[in-house]
Ligand binder design. Structure first.
Ligand SMILES: O=C[C@H](O)[C@H](O)COP(=O)(O)O
Ligand SMILES: C=C(OP(=O)(O)O)C(=O)O
Length: 345
């Protein structure tokens, strides 16, 4: 290992790329609304939606701008949270690791200090230009405090969910954190992560020993899994949701909730399947009250253009990681889902 550059202190960066008092207040109001949904005190569903990776600021801000307009049209039924994922976990370690590592995807070298600044600027610009507040992945627990004040949601990914540091970091946050099922599919690992995040812990953070309060809005995310033959197996079906409901009932967890990730191993990365999966989940909600109470929403991978491209192809608004649903299909999906759930809510 070779030291490259010192990372600026959290206070220094957060002070420099900050939001106004009114914007903080708006964030608090949104958090209040999300907590109400997760606590079962609102019938609205949350939809965390956006690109697999936030690769460039201009296209991502344009996307969130469209989402803000759509939010107005579906505000009675849905709370849309832009998915602005700036750090990507990689199965084999190689490949694009997100804006956090490489603010310019085509550059040949990582630059994490510039990456942290680019990520903060991106989240700050989204808030200022669109009025929306985003979700990001809790990939590096040590970097949480560099960005969490600008977010309203974080998710711990399938490759990190069994890790103590991620669980304890989730317990320190004032925003809801979703715990994905691990790649192998064991839902007890996911619920153990929810339990750990809901408790208070003594942790090490930014050179301090600190006590966390516990995150009572930590909850589950089903993203499908990979079996021992390496095949994707969905876990969004009616039976999976009933089983998760039973597991939740047996544990003393607060605010039982699940978000269904429609892509990843649930769609086997066939991005168009997300539309069918989203409808299927809402059908299960319609058929069963317990499922409807447990399912608090969806995660959808969507961008301006359908599909995915290789880095360097340079198609504006097209994913450079997993394939995403393009904007036109996204818009009709969300409007259609609104009509669908209007019948039973
Ligand atoms: O969400 C994106 C990917 O599924 C995740 O980063 C893993 O990607 P990989 O298996 O291509 O490395
Ligand atoms: C990497 C992601 O998901 P998972 O951890 O489910 O693979 C993601 O949502 O971008």
């Amino acid at each position: 290992m070779r030291l490259i550059q010192r990372i600026p202190q959290v206070e220094e960066l957060c002070g420099k790329y900050s939001i106004s008092k009114e914007e903080q207040k708006k964030r608090e109001n949104l958090l209040f609304e999300i907590r109400k949904i997760l606590a079962g005190k609102s019938e609205k569903k949350i939809i965390i939606i956006g690109p697999c990776s936030a690769d460039r600021e201009d296209a991502v801000v344009e996307y969130v701008y469209l989402l803000a307009e759509l939010q107005n049209r579906v505000k009675d039924r849905f709370l849309l949270i832009p998915r602005v994922y700036t750090g990507k976990p990689r199965t084999r370690g190689d490949g694009y690791k997100g804006m956090l590592h490489r603010p310019k995807p085509s550059s040949r070298h990582d630059d994490l200090v510039s990456g942290i600044i680019a990520v903060r600027e991106l989240h700050q610009h989204i808030i200022k230009e669109t009025g929306m507040y985003a979700a990001d992945e809790l990939l590096y627990p040590g970097l949480c405090s560099y960005v969490s004040d600008l977010l309203i949601y974080m998710a711990v990914g399938a490759r990190s969910v069994e890790d103590q540091e991620h669980r304890l970091a989730a317990s320190s946050l004032d925003i809801p954190v979703g715990m994905k099922n691990p790649s192998s599919g064991d839902i007890s690992v996911m619920l153990n992560a929810v339990s750990a995040a809901q408790q208070g812990h003594r942790i090490l953070v930014n050179g301090w020993e600190a006590q966390t309060d516990g995150n009572k809005y930590a909850h589950a995310i089903l993203r499908g899994y990979v079996n021992t033959a390496g095949e994707s197996v969905p876990n969004y079906y009616y039976e999976n949701l009933i089983k998760l409901h039973d597991h939740y009932c047996r544990q003393n967890l607060r605010n039982p909730s699940v978000i269904i990730d429609c892509n990843h191993s649930n769609s086997n990365k066939h991005y168009m399947e997300q539309c069918r999966i989203a409808e299927d989940v809402f059908d299960s909600c319609r058929r069963n009250k317990s499922i409807n109470q447990l399912v608090k929403g969806l995660m959808i991978e969507s961008y301006l253009e359908d599909g995915a491209q290789l880095i360097g192809e340079d198609v504006y608004g097209k994913s450079i990681t997993d394939p995403c649903l393009g904007w036109k299909r996204t818009e009709s999906l969300i409007v259609g889902l609104q009509d669908k759930i209007a019948g039973y809510m």
